[in-house]
Design a protein. Sequence first.
Length: 492
Amino acid sequence: MTRRILAILRARLAAQFSGGPPWAALLAQGSFVAVMCLLARDTVGPWGYAMFALSLSGGLVLLSLLGEFGGILRRDPAGEWAEALPSSELERRLAHFALIAVLLSGLTLAMGLPAVLFAPATLGALERALLLVAVLAQSIGLAASLLAIAALLGERAEGLLVLLQTAIVAVAVTATFASLRLLGWLRAFESGEVEAPQLLAWLPSTHVASSITAPPLGLPHTSPGLPLVVALAGAVLLTAIPPAHESRGRRSRTPLARLLAPLAALAARFWVRDDERASFHLVSEALPLERDFVLRTYPMVGLPLAFFLAGAKGDAGPAREGLLAVLLFTPAIYLPILLAHVPATSSPRARWILESAPVTRAAIRGGAIKALAVRFLVPLFVVLGGLAAALAGLDFALRLTPAGFLITLVVMRVLYPQVVRDNPLSVPADEVEVQHDWMGMLATLAVGLVVLATLAQYQLASTPARALAFTALALAVEWRTARADRRAVEPA
């Protein structure tokens, strides 16, 4: 039995790391945790440090589980192959859990080891070992919780599942970027300057941290065996819940698709060129029906909202308007995740539809970009514009939202050929390659967009007349960018 499980595991690991382990991503996360832990070690006490390390690593693990690891968690990528082997259902599930455990261990060690190495001297060797075990146990518990939620809701209430995952992303990113504020609060709490809120007792990381070292007054001490219990319960859930099979037939039209149908018809009539219609209609109508695409990309809308929540404080005024301006001009943080999964599909055998189409790759790309603008950017900016109108007034929203939309569309045209390597809906979801060579460009772009947002708020769109001129300029830039993109006439 053990030999068969190991054989299946080795084959899956070889397939998973066919392109090499993700050292760059692990190094980036480990470096971030190391910097944050260096800031925390001299600021808080032992319990506060454990709480901080667990919260930080938990947020990063959640983002990974909802992103690149989400498909492996929800579905066995080698399920059909494994079912053809002389193995039992239990052996296949155990091999699938072993794959998840290996991936989670690598991800967790990249964050747990820096947390242990840079822990304050007040944490002894035993407590450091417990911290590393606790970080791993927390990761297994989070993975099991997400899998249980997905199995409970799944296709029964996919909209609710997407909203829940979006909220999780927003909370995780908000907590990560507001972690420096958390350090000040933890220091005050450990010193007795502030009382513990009721919410603190409900947080799992609170009880896990209390199992590593003695908590401050007002919190109960937890048994050191709690992390092992969490890990064992998570392992049982991950093994007991069967991986999802191929999705059943789904509705061909969603409520959002019906709402956007008039806008899509207008775009197809007046904006989309004849040679772009095939990819426009395919992406606008079929891509939102791909379950893996929806579950991997829609929750990432929580990223721009999280940046706003992390920086929002105080009453209405220039500071809040500046933050809203940045929010309207920087959805580029979300675009690479969206674009990288445009080729994802559960029916890759139909890729011949575009591959054999008598149109250029530039036309396919142009139609896909316009479909993404109508199907995804428009709803996103309706939400962001509504938020800006509610918090800063309708005048502010009308001055900045249209220009922010057009600038984001230009950014999408620039990023698309850098991120998307295949035709839309042409690659199995588990084989989508998320390229990392655009990270430096994206960081530069993010800084430039923040500067542009600041200029728009105080100069370029400070009055209705200036806003109108700035929007017209952004429209001209988009038109010129689209025209330059159409000059690429390489065959599809």
